[in-house]
Design a protein around this ligand. Sequence first.
Ligand code: GLU
Length: 503
Amino acid sequence: MSATTQAMRVRFAPSPTGYLHIGGARTVLFNWLVARQANGQFILRIEDTDRSRHVEDSVQKIFDDLRWLGLDWDEGPEIGGDFGPYYQSQRLDIYHEHIDRLIQGGCAYYALETPEQLQAMREAAEKSKGGFRYPRPDPIPTIEQGEAARSAGQPVVVRFKMPDEAITVVDDILGEVTLASDQFEDFVIQKSDMFPTYHLACVVDDALMGITHVFRGQEHLMNTPKHIALQKALGFSTPRYGHLSVIFNPDGSKMSKRDKEKAIKQGVAPPEIDVHDFRSAGYLPEAVLNFISLLGWSPGNDIERFALDEMVALFRVDRIGKTNARFDRDKLLAFNTDWSTRVSPTRLLVAFKDFLNIHEDTPAMMREADDAILARMLSLCEGFRTFADVIKKTGFLFVADESIEFMPKAVKKVLQKKEGAGLAMLMQLLPKIESLSDWSGEKIEQLLSDICEESGEKLGNVAQPIRVAITGSTVSPSIHETLAFLGRDRTLTRIRRCLAMHS
Ligand code: GLU
């Protein structure tokens, strides 16, 4: 490995505005992969200088999401490192020093317009010719004027003098992207509350933390020329950039947090958008990681299934695509089903327990069940889509026998139709079940098949009445495994109760 790849330092720099968005997770993953592949360092930096957007607890939530995904960081919060602190809110002095350097060097200036004046300028520009671009004042306020205005309590900001020249972003994914100078204005680097803006803090930190490569979403592409100009003015070198494609819903709309609000307004179940949504919906992190790795990247040769360590070996930046990625939920579900049989039973159990832990609304009996029972639930539902499905499919096993509610449709169709053939079948089954000496899946299966043979009935006509009696509905996992799980006594109790209620 060459010296340059060994020194590779990448970062993920989330703003703590809520749970980690699935697009953000892809950004972390790609950065993490290139770092691991090059034996480099992966740094986590919290960009928390925008107090107005700060969401309580979200830093902790981001850590939780990253840990759930299994993406660890080499430097950052809770770990430390030689380039800390890793919270921008703890680096304000560093930013002030750099802002000051830019002001003193004539690369930045105090701007004195009030928000109302700016609004009026914006409106006037829109009325005349459209798009507003902040016009550099002529003359620009002097340092003394700026400081005096600030001392007098006026809302003073600091703006960076954007050079009047086209800037080319050399992008490892998109190639060279040149943006004309008229696309940019003198942008704010320090707000009136004295906090730095994202641009300034990001550029200073990338430089001081020795970041060599920046992979981030394409929504930042228009920021990069600003960052390059700032780097030049501060005498910093420019890291390599790569902007990741946008993630779209299958209907062509951009996948965003707002999709959830939209769905709630329409009265439909909100789609999973944040990493936590997928965890809470019962996906395995292995499946989520595998799936998001393919949003804009593929190793080629039709290879589609890989675990994180295999991804490290396969990942190539030059195979990251430019075109937008499509978030196909059916494909993700299929990945999850597949991963539920790929991971070891022990791993599956750990993941299932995590799911139960974060869902306090699951039946207490289920949450308190021992490992053997949980493992049986999983094997009972083999081929399941998500853990939520496992709960749905096995929930009836964990409620009191007296609380089974019978669906009228199921009762009518399975028990009462054909002059109560289903109820008659249950009556016939009772003594046989009572006298079955060995209560195992195998023996129950044998019993049911013997009954079919004797009576000339199809298995459905034998199994469905039992299903209704023990679940209240017409769906359950395999009937003999289900009965074995439920136990003889509870099976009998439920059948008797069903007969008493519907005969
Ligand atoms: N805090 C920025 C964000 O969350 C980071 C962007 C970047 O990677 O530079 O979008």
